[in-house]
Design a protein around this ligand. Structure first.
Ligand code: TXA
Ligand code: MG
Length: 329
């Protein structure tokens, strides 16, 4: 059931969380499928609804940074001082992986000694966290490996949460930047709208980018199990425009997603075409990316072709998602 985020409905959603149910809620990045992070059975429902592999841990959402010490081990002074610097970016599209203090059930952390935490900025997420007074474990509200939702209409019908709070379109539009403070240097596990350059400025030190080393192994465990090679995919086959050969495709219904400009008129007769940012603003490209893919996916096309961009600034996050979303060769 999709409902508007009135005070009554947020209260109802909060009761669902506290009593062990599941709630889809908006965040500024993408919509999340949440459950009480302290309730193992509730979190199991999240994995089941998404068909998510149990080895892939969840992000724990808290209402403000003062909550983080409840679930983490900040005895290492270097971790603590790095975290203090990053806290200036919260609430916002940042997730930090920290040593866990063991208080969050194994089901959330996939038995890793670490925990990923985030303070979301969306007012509905904030109100929900304020009301329920428990940490909320929430992955993106999509079936595993499918496109993340950036509005309530994108929530797949098979994702049967107890309630869906409609908070409008997610402004950032791609998942949070994930940084891990678990070793000698800060690690970038997933790029996002907060760029490496911005994070380095806040941290006043270099960050090691491991986001394109999928299944990076440290000791026995995977640093970021979610960085699987296939992810974020529409149902319709998707390829980069540079890999598109129009000859022999004339009878096919092809959709075009341009970042800055529509296709050349004489190039191909596209069944649908869309431009993500007519002034070439890459933050806007990111914000509209999933919505455009959801839209194209609903048009019974044979193929979607999409632009690519340089892997710098937010382009790193856009290409990180798209290189996993394109159809595997
Ligand atoms: O923007 C976001 O982060 C959204 C909203 C809902 O907050 N959430 C989100 O969750 O993108 P999800 O589950 O789709 O992606 C979480 C990623 C996964 O790649 C997972 O492997 C990684 O975070 N992760 C979670 N806990 C971790 C941990 N302890 N160590 C390393 N990676 C972790
Ligand atoms: Mg996800």
């Amino acid at each position: 059931m999709i409902v508007s985020p009135t005070a009554d409905n947020i209260r109802a959603a909060s009761k669902i969380i506290v009593s062990g149910g599941t709630v889809v809620f908006p965040t500024e990045t993408v919509y999340g499928l949440g459950a009480n992070a302290l309730d193992e059975l509730a979190v199991r429902k999240v994995y089941a609804l998404k068909s998510r592999p149990i080895e892939n841990p969840l992000i724990v959402h808290v209402k403000d940074s003062s909550q983080i010490q409840l679930y983490t081990d900040l005895s290492d002074s270097e971790v603590k001082s790095r975290l203090e610097l990053l806290e200036s970016l919260w609430p916002g599209p940042l997730t930090v992986v920290l040593p866990s203090n063991g208080s969050i059930p194994d089901i959330v952390t996939a038995k890793q000694p670490t925990i990923a935490v985030r303070v979301p900025a969306h007012p509905v997420a904030q109100e929900l966290l304020n009301e329920c007074r428990v940490p909320i474990a929430a992955p993106s509200a999509n079936p595993s490996s499918a496109l993340s939702p950036t509005s309530a209409e994108h929530i797949a019908s098979e994702l049967k949460a107890d309630i869906i709070l409609d908070g409008g379109r997610s402004k950032v539009g791609i998942e949070s930047t994930i940084i891990a403070l678990i070793g000698p240097v800060p690690l970038l596990l997933r790029p996002g709208s907060l760029t490496v350059e911005e994070l380095q400025e806040v941290l006043k030190e270099e960050i090691a980018d491991v986001s394109e080393s999928p299944l990076h192994i440290e000791g026995e465990s995977l640093i970021s199990p979610g960085m699987l090679p296939k992810h974020y995919s529409p149902r319709t086959p998707l390829i980069f425009i540079r890999d598109f050969n129009p000859s022999g495709q004339r009878s096919k219904r092809v959709g075009y997603i341009g970042f800055k400009a529509p296709p050349e008129p004489d190039q191909f007769d596209y069944a649908a075409s869309m431009v993500l940012s007519s002034n070439g603003d890459m933050q806007q490209v990111a914000a509209n990316l999933y919505a455009a893919l959801h839209d194209m996916d609903g048009r019974s096309l044979d193929l979607i072709v999409i632009d690519d961009c340089e892997r710098s600034g937010i382009g790193k996050a856009i290409m990180n998602r798209l290189s996993r979303a394109v159809s595997q060769k």
